[in-house]
Each structure stands twice: as structure tokens, then as C-alpha cells.
Design a protein around this ligand. Structure first.
Ligand code: NAD
Ligand code: IPM
Ligand code: MN
Length: 345
């Protein structure tokens, strides 16, 4: 049988450190379930700028187009973050990749460590190809003084498709969905709420609409009352880091960038964290769980995905983890992964 090709884009900072571990786990899980995969590495972000002068080289785009899924690390860092749009690892690399592949539904599951109280099991669905990140006009204008501007634009179609993904997921979970906007102020949010109300009327789920400021408050106070959350691009970016705070570490969160087919881009939610690189302390769980999401969503390999998730849960509940979640039995990035691999056998 033919091998399933997976593009691996390690990125910058702790990206390569956690993606190396996630690749080991991905290979082991696939092998255990008799799934033949080949992992092919490519350049994205600052490392691509260093090697070829651009954050998303054409070669990487071709590799990605010829693959069934992508596993990516974070991109960016102090050396490149102020570069202009086209040369910027975030804007010209990761965001361009999400946009070119039309990966509009970004799934960010927020699941507590074993034994945590309150126990959180939330799924944040972030719209990922529209809003302030991509809308025109944006730029600068020099009149009497320099001005900078961004636009938040959403079309009905863009809102409808992500609301449908979230509604479908809510239906398969608790049947509860919270849609978050700023419809008391922003025109794009007024349309968001109108479309959400119209679309969700046809679904057998319990819907709640919240303004984003109240949502931030409710999430800080009692996140456990939420199940599926759907929101626009920038609100989703901010609220996912906030939810990571409720869990205890940003290093725990995985994500899946999905479009209309089975293709997906899987990446931990955290950034390149140059403050902790090369110390073997980066939490690999977000990257490892992203590999599990890849198996589940793009390859339909449910058993292999479960094997990974169960091994992570088992090792963490034995009390072992990196120092951000387990300051007492702090085992380091590589040792934590070794224990997870051992558990999977
Ligand atoms: P960050 O997510 O890199 O770090 C925030 C904090 O969380 C830091 O204290 C860091 O040490 C900690 N942290 C992050 N990941 C961790 C892990 N796996 N284990 C333990 N601790 C972890 O955010 P930042 O500092 O705002 O951004 C740094 C760079 O990363 C910037 O260049 C930014 O643009 C980029 N970034 C990239 C992505 C992406 O490519 N998906 C996401 C977010 C930030
Ligand atoms: C994320 C990141 C990215 C985003 C950055 C790196 C462009 O923060 O995936 O959450 O804002 O989408
Ligand atoms: Mn973010």
C-alpha cells in the first residue's frame, strides 16, 4: 500500500523541539495501528527566511499541496517579528498558509489535566481566514501625522460556514453552543450575530450569544459552564490563550485547522517561546495532541489518535510533566515524550 504523506514544518524557537517529539509519537502511533505514513520536513517561518529569504517558500507550498495533512510548529521570533507583511513569519508565513489552504475552522480543544478541578472540556472553534487578520484596507497613511488602520470584514458566507462547523460539533457533544461577538459595537459582529441566529434556528442545540468582554469575564470566573464556543478570528486568538491560562499552561493546547475536505493543518496553540528554547523544558503535549488530532481528523485513524491521548493522560496523571505543569516531578521535554512512547506500546 502507498504511504500517506504528512508535511512537517517545525518552525522557530521551541517549534522544532516540540515537533520533533510529536513526530516520534505520530510515527509510533501510526505504526502500532498499521498505518503507513511518511513525514517530510519543510521550511516555514524565520528558518525559511534564513535559508531562502522568504517565510513561505514555493517549495514548502508544493510539499504541503502534495500532502494529506501538515504538522507545524510555531513561527516567529524577535529577529523577524517587525519585518513587513510579506517577509513576516506570522503574516507572510503561518497566516498566508492558513489562508491559501482556506482552513477557516480552527478547532482548539481545551481539556484539563487528569484530576484537575474544575475539570474543563471545552472546544473553541475559531474562524481563521477572515476578520482583522486579513481584511482590506489595512496599512498606513501619512497625512499630517502617520496613521495606521485595519479592517474587520466578514461576509455572510464566511460566518455561515464556521457556525455550521461549530453547530455540528455542539450537536455531537453536549448540544450547547456559545457564540461570542461584540454586536453592541462592531458592524461585523452585528452581521455575525444575525447570521448565527438565523443559521442556528435550524439546529436542535441550545444557543447562547455573549459579548466578548462578558465572555472573557465568564471564562475567567467559571469556564466549566461552557462546552462549544464559536467566535471570530481575533477574539478566538485571545480567548484561546485565556483558556490555556485556566488549564495552567499554554503548552497543553493543540489545534486543527480545517477546511471543507479532510486536509488539515495541525499545530500547538503556543508560540515559539524563545524565552525557554534549548533548555529541554518546552511542554510537548500541545504538539503531541495536535498529532493525535491529525490522525483523527485527516486520516480517520481514531484508534491511533486515542492511543496518543490515552498515553498522554496516563503519564500526566502519574504525576510526570514538564516544569510548567509539574514543578515537582519535572521531567523535561524529551523524557516526558519517552514516557508517553513507552505507554503507547
Ligand atoms: P508564546 O506562546 O511563544 O509564549 C508565551 C508564554 O508561554 C511564554 O512565557 C512561554 O515561555 C510560554 N510557553 C509557550 N509555549 C510553551 C510550551 N510549549 N511549554 C511551556 N511554556 C510555554 O507567545 P509570545 O511570547 O507572545 O510569542 C513569541 C513568538 O511566537 C512571537 O514571534 C509570536 O509571533 C510567535 N507566535 C507564533 C504562533 C504560531 O506560529 N502559531 C503562535 C503564537 C505566537
Ligand atoms: C495563533 C498565533 C497566530 C495567530 C500568530 C502567530 C499569527 O497567535 O495561532 O494563535 O494570531 O493566529
Ligand atoms: Mn495565538
Amino acid at each position: 500500500t502507498e504511504q500517506i504523506r504528512i508535511a512537517v514544518l517545525p518552525g522557530d524557537g521551541i517549534g522544532p523541539e516540540v515537533i520533533r517529539e510529536a513526530s516520534l509519537v505520530l510515527r509510533a502511533a501510526a505504526q502500532a495501528e498499521g498505518i503507513r505514513i511518511e513525514l517530510i520536513e519543510g521550511l516555514l517561518g524565520g528558518v525559511a527566511i534564513q535559508a531562502c529569504g522568504v517565510p513561505l517558500p514555493e517549495e514548502t507550498m508544493e510539499l504541503v499541496r502534495g500532502s494529506s495533512a501538515v504538522l507545524a510548529g510555531a513561527v516567529g521570533g524577535p529577529a523577524w517579528d517587525s519585518l513587513p507583511e510579506r517577509l513576516n513569519p506570522g503574516l507572510g508565513g503561518m497566516l498566508r498558509l492558513r489562508r491559501e489552504l482556506d482552513l477557516f475552522a480552527n478547532l482548539r480543544p481545551v481539556v484539563s489535566l487528569p484530576g484537575a478541578s474544575p475539570f474543563l472540556d471545552i472546544l473553541l472553534v475559531r474562524e481563521a481566514t477572515g476578520g482583522a487578520y486579513f481584511s482590506m484596507p489595512r496599512g498606513r497613511a501619512a497625512a499630517e501625522e502617520v496613521r495606521a488602520f485595519d479592517t474587520i470584514m466578514y461576509s455572510e458566507a464566511q460566518i455561515t460556514r464556521v457556525i455550521r462547523v461549530a453547530a455540528d460539533l455542539a450537536e455531537s457533544r453536549s448540544g450547547r453552543l456559545a457564540s461570542i461577538d461584540k454586536a453592541n459595537v462592531l458592524e461585523s459582529s452585528r452581521l455575525w450575530r444575525e447570521v448565527a441566529e438565523r443559521e442556528l434556528a435550524g439546529w436542535d442545540i441550545e444557543v447562547e450569544h455573549l459579548y466578548v468582554d462578558n465572555a472573557a469575564y465568564q471564562l475567567a470566573r467559571d469556564p466549566s459552564r461552557f462546552d462549544v464556543i464559536v467566535t471570530e478570528n481575533m477574539f478566538g486568538d485571545i480567548l484561546s490563550d485565556q483558556l490555556a491560562g485556566a488549564l495552567g499552561s499554554l503548552g497543553l493546547l493543540p489545534s486543527a485547522g480545517l477546511g471543507t475536505g479532510t486536509f488539515g493543518l495541525y499545530e500547538p496553540v503556543h508560540g515559539s517561546a524563545f524565552d525557554i528554547t534549548e533548555h529541554d523544558v518546552a511542554n510537548p503535549i500541545g504538539a503531541i495532541r495536535s498529532a493525535a488530532m491529525l490522525l483523527r481528523h485527516s486520516l480517520g485513524a481514531i484508534a491511533a489518535a486515542r492511543r496518543i491521548d490515552d498515553a498522554c493522560t496516563a503519564v500526566l496523571s502519574e504525576g510526570f510533566g514538564t516544569r510548567d505543569t509539574h514543578p515537582i516531578h519535572d521531567v523535561g521535554t524529551r523524557e516526558l515524550t519517552r514516557r508517553i512512547l513507552e505507554r503507547m506500546r
